[in-house]
Design a protein around this ligand. Structure first.
Ligand code: DC
Length: 232
């Protein structure tokens, strides 16, 4: 019998979910799935097709186009990360841009798109051995996940982390626009009608403010290892 489990990590943006999930997946030899990247890829697609911009969103056109949008994950042999692909192509840099960040929460409100993404996520979790991060993983996607974490951190610290990340590729970016984006997304993610961001009742709440990634990794592993061993 396999001892593999499903680990769900939810929380607001820039709480360190993806960095941690990536590290832990490598330690455990698990698949890491960044579900936010799927919504980012959808957003990139909608921008390219002119279905969405700062001032308009043609939801119906995007929904009608769902059969033409194929989202999956493939290993990038250069960094050994499992990366999202949109119709067979990876747009890693484009999907992390502030343009996409400013529109992704709007895209993530569309239930028809969410249902399609959840289908893909379920397929990826079929054989377990998966660590998936997002907003609704412990509540909607894998409500029976063996282990769930909910990460939180103060808004200013999250904005600083995201700013440092984005500044590496874009020297024109400002801290205040990143902070504004984070506030906007927090609000939209937590208040949308379908699958809003919320802590699953059985998720472990982890505050990431004063801990390094090394410390956080150890902390999460201290919960994960006993469960994996118990499943052996
Ligand atoms: O994790 P991230 O910041 O890359 O996610 C981008 C957006 O996607 C986020 O603002 C909300 C949405 N999202 C979601 O609605 N459900 C998920 N499971 C993951 C992300």
């Amino acid at each position: 019998m396999s001892n593999k489990i499903i680990i769900a990590i939810d929380g607001t943006s820039s709480t360190g979910k993806s960095s941690l999930a990536k590290r832990i997946s490598k330690k455990l030899n698990y698949l890491y799935i960044d579900s936010g990247a799927m919504y980012r890829a959808l957003t990139y697609y909608a921008i390219q097709k002119n279905f969405i911009s700062k001032n308009h969103f043609d939801k119906t056109k995007l929904i009608n186009d769902i059969p033409n949008i194929y989202i999956d994950f493939k290993n990038n042999p250069i960094n050994n990360n499992f990366e999202v692909h949109l119709n067979g192509i990876s747009y890693e840099k484009n999907i992390r841009s502030l343009d996409v960040s400013n529109l992704v929460s709007e895209i993530a409100t569309v239930n028809e798109l969410r249902q399609q993404m959840v289908r893909v996520q379920h397929t990826l979790g079929l054989n377990k051995g998966v660590i998936m991060d997002g907003r609704d993983i412990g509540t909607v996607v894998f409500p029976k996940a063996e282990l769930k974490f909910f990460l939180e951190a103060t808004m200013e610290l999250r904005a600083k982390r995201r700013f440092d990340e984005l500044f590496l590729n874009d020297k024109n970016i400002t801290y205040s626009e990143v902070l504004k984006n984070i506030k906007l997304r927090d609000n939209q993610d937590a208040n949308r009608k379908h699958s809003p961001l919320k802590k699953a009742e059985d998720a472990l709440l982890i505050n990431t403010d004063n801990l390094t990634l090394d410390e956080l990794e150890l902390k999460l592993l201290s919960y994960i290892n006993p469960i994996i061993t118990k499943n052996l």
